[in-house]
Design a protein around this ligand. Structure first.
Ligand SMILES: *Cc1c(COP(=O)(O)O)cnc(C)c1O
Length: 451
């Protein structure tokens, strides 16, 4: 028995299909119509009007052709929000990345000699100048940096690490797992709260490759604690003829204390205290693109660059261009808090945030009238595992009432979705990351939503 569903050809001849053919092309339109026919055949839904079948295919095509990764308003109160893409780039860096992606560049080309150049050359000098390191290299992210360092310097060998530093950084990065994948043998030493110089000395043996310190980025251990300072750890390593490395996680290149933020350990400090290699992220406090930066002794960096894994972990030209721009902005510390959005948001004065929240309030009230909206003080977080115990005074628009999840879903359903945070029986829209241009476009979007 033949199906009473219309034929593909009959659907393609319908006037509604013309629009789809013009917009999405023949092959995608045919595929969507076929899928829709097959679905209805499978469900034995034979009596749908042909126009409804074309409509359903149009929905499928609209979803398929809509961008999946979309800009949002980050009103979560977490500035470097890993799920929302961490550090927002300064416009100069985004433009440099876009230009590099659109055109051929000198990525690995030396204009003086006309021969092959090195992709790291674009950032190496800047990193050396900013950190005082003798050499530097870059990879895909800081997890890749740790992997590359251990795979280069410690394959099949022992790496003693304090039990207080065997960290997990959100989701998939666990230090013991990365060490195993790098081929290094983790030797756990000390205890969760206290590790002493003697623990490292006792762990040293012929199989030891290096000593490593992992910055406790996303948690704090307080109370009865002891850790070995880098200076002492480096002395123990060097006494045994071994390198000493530090995974800093965030690693700010400028002293955050200058803006009243808690001091975050800087790569230059670690190197000055004796570390031979230090690695840190590009898109945390550095305020740049996703990248893993490694600075330190020239012969160790040369070994990293010679590891075939380096090729698998390398950075693309767009992110290299963005990183180069961000590092150059960082050369002028007096202006970096203005020019780097990540730092600007972290140092934003609370009264300015309060004013933004007050301007947002009436627009939110107009859109969600039954929600007793108000403005309230709150605390923002730096995010990305940085300094989790230090919260920044901020202001939010809050929404109350039952079914907060529905209000949150409504805000997420806007053309540029608004992402807030639910807590203490309220929906919080922390205005720290709502700067002037974004505020204007959010207010426009909200007034359009009720028009
Ligand atoms: C964040 C972090 C990492 C992972 O860095 P990514 O750039 O996210 O890959 C590794 N180690 C520490 C201590 C971190 O804080």
């Amino acid at each position: 028995m033949t199906s009473p569903l219309p034929s593909l050809d009959a659907l393609l001849r319908r006037p509604e299909a013309d629009l789809l053919l013009a917009r999405f092309g023949r092959s995608a339109t045919v595929a969507a119509l076929r899928e829709e026919l097959a679905r209805r055949r499978g469900e034995r839904a034979f009596n749908a009007p042909p126009a409804a079948i074309v409509d359903a295919a149009a929905d499928t095509l609209a979803r398929l052709f809509a961008p999946s990764q979309r800009p949002v308003f980050n009103l979560t109160g977490t500035v470097l929000h890993t799920n929302l893409g961490r550090a927002p780039l300064p416009p100069e860096a985004a433009e440099a990345a876009a230009a590099a992606l659109r055109q051929p560049t000198t990525l690995e080309f030396d204009l003086t000699t006309g021969r092959r150049g090195e992709r790291e050359s674009h950032v190496r000098g800047l990193l050396q100048r900013l950190t005082g390191a003798a050499a530097a290299t870059v990879v895909n992210n800081n997890a890749a940096a740790v992997l590359l360092i251990l795979n280069t310097l410690a394959p099949g060998r022992d790496v003693p690490v304090s039990r207080g530093e065997l960290i997990e950084i959100g989701g998939s990065f666990r230090m013991p797992d990365i060490m195993a994948r790098a081929g290094a043998r983790l030797v756990e030493i000390g205890t969760t709260n206290r590790t002493h110089p003697g623990d490292y000395r006792a762990a040293l043996g012929p199989g030891t490759a290096l000593l490593m310190r992992v910055h406790r980025a996303n948690f704090a251990i307080s109370g009865f604690t002891a850790a070995v300072p880098m200076g002492e750890l480096a002395a123990i390593a060097h006494g045994a003829g071994l390198p000493c490395i530090e995974d800093l996680g965030s690693g700010s290149l400028v002293d955050l204390a200058r803006w009243g933020l808690p001091h975050e350990r800087m790569p230059q400090e670690s190197l000055a205290e004796g570390a031979d290699l230090v690695c840190f992220s590009g898109d945390k406090l550095l305020g740049g693109p996703q990248a893993g930066l490694i600075v330190g002794r020239a012969e160790l960096i040369a070994q990293l660059d010679a590891n075939p894994l380096k090729r698998a972990l390398r950075l693309d030209k767009g992110r290299l261009a963005a990183l180069e721009t961000v590092l150059r902005l960082t050369l002028v510390p007096d202006r970096v808090a203005e020019r780097l959005p990540a730092l600007r948001l972290l140092t934003r004065p609370a009264d300015e945030i309060r004013a933004a929240a007050a301007r947002l309030l009436p627009a939110i009230e107009a859109c969600l009238p039954s929600r007793d909206a108000a403005i309230a003080p709150c605390r923002s977080q730096i995010g990305s595992g940085a300094l989790p115990v230090d919260l920044l005074p901020s202001w939010a628009v809050t929404l109350g009432g039952p079914g907060l999840e529905q209000a949150a879903a409504w805000l997420r359903g806007l053309p540029r979705p608004v992402i807030g945070r639910i807590g203490q029986g309220l929906l919080w829209l922390d205005c720290r990351c709502l700067e002037a241009a974004d505020e204007a476009s959010l207010l426009d979007q909200l007034s359009a939503a009720i028009a």
